[in-house]
Design a protein around this ligand. Structure first.
Ligand code: KMH
Ligand code: ZN
Length: 277
């Protein structure tokens, strides 16, 4: 069945640095965590950046610097978040692609997001997909709910395959307002991938908060890949905060090895995802 693609999402837009001091928010902290996570078995990094005030930002200059610095320091596939924070306008989210990442996320529909709404209009999704095709950026389609699967099928049918021709999706489970983070839900999504999406589509799964472990094991058992990181959980276990992102990647790599599907190298990940040279 091949190896396991491990994506690390080290920062996100939600956790508060004042409450989680280990969260990487400066470029130096991000690079340090990226190097450690690559060593621990990650092949892709899903990046949200922060400003000097440690709050999320989509500042163009910072995004460009971040992409260039991560490329110099690591072999990781650099995936920028086009989701940003729930307050980010569509124009800024589209402009993320100007920083020329290898990949970018593309969420397949609007979802309640805790007390907020993560807005993803159909017209916005189409524009993001088209711009990624034009700029040779490989999308990771983020699925927060089962309805996002047929929406992606519609997108591919009406607007064509992504750059590189390979479809890769990520199930983001356990968000309050989205699909639950449990094994039955992973199975339902995996079945939906087979039912709605092109043959050869690959998936990873991430469980938010305490759903991290059930989602991780269910994804491995279903032939899926993994995303872990402090964007998704800041608790390693009950009453035990995460030490750093590499700790989460190491645990994922150990689980992947136990499942007889050891972590993919960055070169293998680039080939699988169809990343441009
Ligand atoms: N921060 C969330 C509102 C993505 O990166 O594309 C959106 C998110 C998804 O994290
Ligand atoms: Zn994200």
């Amino acid at each position: 069945m091949g190896g396991t693609l491990i994506t690390v999402a080290p920062t996100g837009a939600e956790a508060d640095k004042a409450k989680v001091p280990e969260l990487p928010v400066t470029l130096d902290e991000l690079v340090e965590t990226a190097v450690a996570c690559e060593r621990a078995g990650a092949a892709v990094i899903h990046v949200h950046i922060r400003g000097d005030d440690a709050k999320p930002t989509l500042d163009q200059g910072r995004l460009r610097d971040t992409v260039a610095t991560l490329r110099e320091a690591t072999g990781l596939v650099v995936q920028l978040s086009s989701g940003g924070a729930v307050t980010d306008p569509e124009s800024d989210r589209l402009a993320v692609l100007d920083a020329e990442p290898d990949m970018a996320s593309c969420t397949m529909g609007t979802v309640n997001f805790g007390d907020d709404v993560f807005m993803n209009r159909w017209g916005f999704i189409v524009e993001l997909h088209r711009r990624m095709q034009d700029r040779a950026v490989v999308p990771e389609y983020e699925l927060f709910d089962l309805g996002h699967l047929p929406s992606l099928a519609r997108l591919l049918d009406e607007h064509g395959l992504p750059f590189g021709g390979h479809v890769h999706v990520d199930f983001v489970l356990g968000v309050p307002g989205g699909a639950a983070g449990d094994a039955a839900t992973v199975t339902a999504f995996a079945e939906g991938v087979r039912r709605y999406l092109p043959e050869g589509t690959t998936f990873s799964a991430t469980g938010i908060g305490r759903t991290t472990l059930p989602v991780m094991f269910a994804s491995l058992a279903s032939g899926g890949h993994l995303r872990v990181g402090m964007e998704d959980t800041v608790q390693f276990a009950r009453r035990t905060p995460v030490k750093d992102n590499a700790q989460l990647v190491k645990r994922a790599a150990e689980a992947a090895k136990l499942a007889q599907r050891p972590p993919m190298s960055t070169a293998e990940a680039r080939k699988l995802l169809g990343i441009r040279d």
